[in-house]
Write a protein that binds this ligand. Structure first.
Ligand code: SF4
Length: 768
């Protein structure tokens, strides 16, 4: 195992270039990958990076992709194929033992396949046979709600629109998507408080901000091009504070590979000024302290509050009731430091709050988002240049998919519009999200599972139970570009359909098609692949959906009201015309794209202080959970298991390494955390010393779940990290089997991947 030296360099720089080159080679993608990297995020004819959802910068450079974007492209453009020959050599039993890393490197899926239990192998199938099998199994269901249709954020707007239309024409809203597991608390609370569940800022606001609060986010790994913007903001005199239980190494300095002086003269730009190292799950408590001090000392924007908000008095009363003792205990930060932070907020004329999973993936995830929004409203920081809410999403078109209707809880107005445009009834009953869908699968209520991209069983909690449940279905269908764990647990029928990647050219009878995505800041951006497809047998996501719909509704066209599936798959301009009719904000969609080849910004009512909320005002919300919730849970579990928290009861948070993208493992090198393995447990050196343990010791992790079942992970190898006291970290998705399907935020049902109470036990010493 390659020993990773302690990393004390600025983020990015030469190591980023070296790592990108290594990935292009390890994925056998030097030729196709390098050509693609030059087109990534480029205007007019480039493709939008299929990585995270950080917006494209206005002045693109020759290479406008980050290291992690290049890794995603390398895996999409590899020349290796996972074709019939590959599957002839590898039985399913063997592939089930492969790691995510090995499956990712197996090659691009390049022809339709079905699982043959007699041979225990995937074997080729024709597209027609596949479609007939899918249509028959769906048509034979007693109820459309016995089917579930999962979507990953890789899917662009046009196929996403077609997919929701097909699923609703079939008669169900069972459309869980990856957003359920990540920013659902953001969507739920921003919609409640501001009237729309999306970021209020644009990229330009980062250049004008005077204070940026970075909550629960590690941009160096999860949105690397954000570093350039943070360095730019800092250079403009903006103060940047990270609020996080972990003092991530790569937060402070950025060596910009695009700046020759940085690369040859070892210069770098400053980014984060300081870290407020809260307890895990301590965000709401910290923000309560800041808000309490601002209100008590009248450092709030009373004009904005009286003109634009509702429920201030309820929040004010609640803040008064919160004791500083609880605030300090809940946040892990002392009053003096909280007041220092509050004075910075009071003094700032333009404040941006930006956040990632460290805010949302908690039982109290909705409270965390509510308190961030409350703070912005107290200071009147919505609808102001250089200020606002900036949730950053982790998958390129996860926001676009939601806007296109991939939502198990669609609004009535959205369904009304669909019915008006397509002249046929749409299902009104809310469908299953990720957690409900998993429970329905495990309870045998789902007979057909379809995944449009993604790795559902690994991304969701309770992975093994979901994988076992998939073996009990009548049919599982996977549309994707690469092999993954979820595809290896066959039901009665199991079909893999290979699709074009974002980097590959989509040519139809109507010519070369371009698609669109929506980034985290509501920018609609065109994307067009240029590479020749890795196989002639590939089809676009849109074509696959149209073909399934055509087969599904052939018998009884009254079901789909004669929707022109094939025409929409062949001509994305036609699909966009339908989107323009059905989805508000997309009027004249094609004309606007012609007028603005780099794309356009969707209208955001809150940016102009129009509040489409229940009250017609921006709404303050009082949190549901006590601000000491996290700590209370810990002592409860300690009491339950009859121990003292400081000894063996800890809060565990999950993290992504620098060599992965969501559940996809590109490699084992997490250089900013000085490790090259994934079976690690990160702990603060002082805590390791306090426990009498040492780096390298083997630790078992046990969790008592909400049904009092024991869930065990390990042994994990102890490793150092600058993380808060009584807290440990380990990798996602390896920790997902520690999480049950009932430990989630209340309304959004986003699983609590970021705060789990666990017991640690040393079971082995570091190798001598
Ligand atoms: S920041 Fe995100 S979207 Fe941009 S290049 Fe990197 S991975 Fe891709």
């Amino acid at each position: 195992m390659r020993k990773i030296p302690v990393y004390n360099h600025p983020a990015a720089g030469w190591p980023a270039l070296a790592s990108s080159a290594r990935k292009l080679m390890s994925f056998n993608a030097v030729a196709r990958g390098s050509r693609s990297v030059l087109r990534g995020n480029q205007p007019e004819g480039g493709f939008d990076c299929p990585g995270c959802a950080w917006p494209d910068h206005k002045s693109p450079k020759t290479i406008d992709m980050c290291e992690n974007g290049i890794k995603v492209v390398a895996s999409e453009t590899m020349a290796t194929r996972a074709d019939a020959d590959f599957f002839a050599q590898h039985s399913l039993k063997e592939l089930q033992k492969w790691s995510g890393y090995q499956l990712e490197h197996a090659g691009r899926l390049s022809e339709p396949l079905r699982y043959d239990s007699a041979q225990d192998r995937y074997v080729p199938i024709t597209w027609e046979e596949a479609y007939q099998c899918i249509a028959q199994n769906l048509q034979q269901l007693d109820n459309p709600n016995e089917a579930m249709f999962y979507t990953s954020g890789r899917i662009t707007n046009e196929p996403a629109f077609l997919f929701q239309l097909m699923v609703r024409s079939f008669g169900t809203n069972n459309m869980p998507d990856c957003s359920n597991m990540c920013h659902e608390p953001t969507s739920v609370m921003l919609a409640k408080q501001l009237g729309i569940g999306k970021a209020t800022v644009t990229l330009e606001d980062f250049s004008r901000a005077k204070l940026i609060l970075l909550f629960g986010q590690n941009p160096a790994t999860n949105h690397p091009r954000m570093l350039e913007m943070l360095a730019h903001s800092h250079h403009q005199g903006c103060r940047i504070i990270s609020i996080n239980p972990m003092r991530e190494q790569a937060l402070f300095k950025f060596r910009n590979p695009q700046k020759p002086l940085h690369m040859v003269a070892s210069q770098s730009d400053k980014m984060v000024d300081e870290v407020v190292q809260i307890r895990i799950g301590g965000d709401a408590a910290l923000l309560t302290g800041v808000a309490k001090w601002l209100v008590a000392n009248d450092h709030i924007n009373t004009d904005f509050i009286s003109t634009h908000t509702a429920h201030f008095t309820a929040l004010e009363a609640w803040l008064e009731q919160q004791s500083w003792a609880d605030i300090e205990q809940g946040s892990g930060i002392d009053k003096a430091q909280i007041i220092t932070l509050a004075t910075l907020v009071a003094a700032s004329p333009a404040t941006i709050c930006t956040w990632g999973m460290g805010i949302t993936q908690h039982v109290q995830g909705e409270d965390n988002v509510a308190m961030i929004t409350n703070l912005l409203l107290l200071m009147g920081m919505i609808g102001v240049e250089g200020a606002g809410a900036s949730p950053v999403r982790g998958h390129s078109n996860v926001q676009g998919d939601r806007t296109m209707g991939i939502h198990e809880r669609p609004s009535q107005s959205f369904l009304d519009n669909l019915e008006k445009v397509f002249k046929q009834p749409m299902p009104r009953e809310h469908g299953f999200d990720v957690v409900q869908g998993a429970k329905a699968l495990i309870d045998g209520k789902i007979k057909v599972f379809m995944g449009l991209g993604g790795n559902y069983s690994m991304a969701a909690p309770d992975c093994k139970s979901i994988q076992q449940a998939l073996t009990q279905t009548k049919l599982n269908v996977f549309v994707g570009t690469k092999l993954n764990e979820t595809m290896l647990h066959p039901g009665a029928n199991n079909i893999i359909l290979p699709s074009l990647s974002r980097t590959e050219k989509l040519t139809t009878a109507k010519g070369v098609q371009f698609a669109t995505i929506e980034d985290s800041m509501c920018q609609i951006v065109p994307t067009q692949g240029r590479l020749a497809p890795i196989s002639d047998a590939l089809k676009s996501d849109a074509q696959i959906i149209a073909d399934i719909a055509t087969h599904l509704f052939t018998e009884d066209r009254s079901l789909d009201g004669h929707i022109p599936w094939q025409a929409m798959a062949e001509d994305f301009n036609l699909t966009r015309d339908y989107i323009a009719k059905a989805i508000s904000g997309f009027e004249d969609f094609n004309q606007r794209l012609q007028a603005a080849p780099r794309g356009f910004h969707l209208f955001h009512p809150a940016r102009v202080r129009q509040w489409h909320t229940k009250s017609g005002k921006a709404e303050f919300v009082v949190p549901q959970y006590p601000i000491t919730y996290g700590q209370a849970q810990l002592s409860d579990s300690a009491n339950y298991a009859g121990g003292t928290s400081s000894e063996s009861h800890w809060q565990l948070t999950t993290v992504r390494s620098h060599d992965q993208f969501n559940t996809t493992i590109f490699g084992y090198e997490d250089r900013y955390r000085h490790t090259s393995r994934r079976d690690v447990l990160f702990m603060h050196p002082d805590e390791i010393k306090r426990m009498g343990w040492q780096v390298g010791d083997q630790i078992m992790v046990t969790r008592q779940d909400s049904k009092q079942q024991q869930r065990v992970l390990g042994p994990l190898i102890l490793s150092e990290m600058d993380i808060a006291a009584n807290a440990v970290a380990a990798y996602y998705p390896e920790c997902n089997d520690l999480i049950d399907l009932d430990t989630h935020a209340p309304d959004s049902r986003t699983p609590a991947y970021k705060s789990l109470n666990v017991v640690l036990e040393k079971v082995g010493s570091a190798a001598a």
